[in-house]
Design a protein around this ligand. Structure first.
Ligand SMILES: Cc1cc2nc3c(=O)[nH]c(=O)nc-3n(C[C@H](O)[C@H](O)[C@H](O)COP(=O)(O)OP(=O)(O)OC[C@H]3O[C@@H](n4cnc5c(N)ncnc54)[C@H](O)[C@@H]3O)c2cc1C
Length: 277
């Protein structure tokens, strides 16, 4: 299948990308690993693609003012192999390695994954558990959107149509934090049928996020409250597992029924909590 005809422009600055987005029919092209398949299936027919791969600095990964800053155009592999990430955010090293296959990891970007907001994508759960903020820029300047406010529904986000994600900012976790990403992958695509990211901080605060389960990735506050500040043992793990998914509409599709997906999510939460014990 081939996509419908479109114009292509490669920009070199964020301002050029924002200016190009003033046209409703224009979309940003990052790794192309979600957008191009959608265009081939004619689910998406933009008149113009603006390639952000040439914007200097947009792939950078650095530490700044107590935060790890990951440029939106950093690929899954860039993040997975980065020493700073391995040192401060092993959650991202572990989770990035589970995205698709090597080709997907080399081309797909964190910004593209967050903007696309596939309900089964991996980055949304990881950024939620890490307490990240998504930095975006548009005609009215820059703003930071907490990850907890970014995912608003199925393939939808708090991003305005003429805004571009420029970076993901994560507070550097204090020494003693533990984390893990546990995923049951669909065997062909490697997307999550259910996955759970957990970040347990040294003071006992515990962030728990799911993807693949509901219409969008989310923090599970019920499960978090059951375990935050308490020792992780059989009783507290069971309490968190029992509290999880309260009030969540769990998806059902031809890969997994609602009941099976719910079961998987709870099993993967249990695995995750045992890993951060
Ligand atoms: C075979 C296959 C297997 C995959 N398996 C997995 C998996 O296991 N887990 C997983 O999480 N993902 C998986 N993916 C998806 C992959 O990670 C995508 O690359 C990713 O979701 C989208 O990133 P991208 O850079 O390719 O974005 P693109 O496809 O270029 O863009 C996606 C959307 O985001 C918008 N966009 C891109 N960058 C920005 C930006 N900076 N600001 C604003 N909007 C932007 C685009 O306009 C478009 O609407 C898979 C993909 C394939 C093809």
């Amino acid at each position: 299948m081939i996509p419908a005809t479109f114009e292509y422009e490669k920009v070199t600055t964020v301002d050029e990308a924002i200016a190009a987005l003033s046209n409703d029919d224009t979309k940003i092209l990052a790794g192309g690993h979600s957008l191009i398949p959608a265009m081939k299936l004619r689910l998406n027919r933009p008149a113009k693609l603006v390639d952000i791969g040439g914007i200097r600095g947009l792939k950078d990964i650095k530490e700044e003012d107590g935060e790890i800053v990951i440029g939106a155009a950093a690929s899954h592999a860039d993040i997975m192999y980065h020493t700073l990430i391995r040192h401060h955010l092993p959650l991202f090293t572990e989770g990035a390695a589970m995205i698709g296959d090597m080709q997907v990891r080399n081309h797909g970007t964190i910004g593209g994954s967050l903007a696309h907001a596939d309900p089964a994508a991996d980055w949304p759960a990881m950024v939620l558990a890490a307490g990240a903020a998504i930095e975006v820029q548009g005609p009215n300047g820059r703003r930071r959107i907490p990850a907890t406010e970014f995912f608003t529904g199925l393939f939808s986000t708090a991003l305005e149509p003429n805004e571009i994600i420029t970076a993901v900012r994560i507070p550097v976790p204090a020494n003693g934090a533990k984390s893990t990403y546990q995923k049951f992958a669909q065997p062909a695509s490697r997307f999550a049928l259910a996955a759970c990211a957990v970040m347990r901080f040294a003071d006992g605060k515990t962030n728990i996020a799911f993807t693949g389960v509901g219409e969008n990735a989310f923090r599970d506050t019920g499960a978090e409250q059951a375990i935050t500040g308490k020792a992780i043992d059989e009783n507290t793990i069971n309490a968190a597992v029992n509290a999880a998914l309260e009030g969540v509409t769990v998806m059902s599709d031809h890969y997994a029924s609602e009941a099976y997906r719910k079961h998987l999510a709870k099993v993967y939460l249990k695995k995750a909590l045992m890993m951060v014990k």
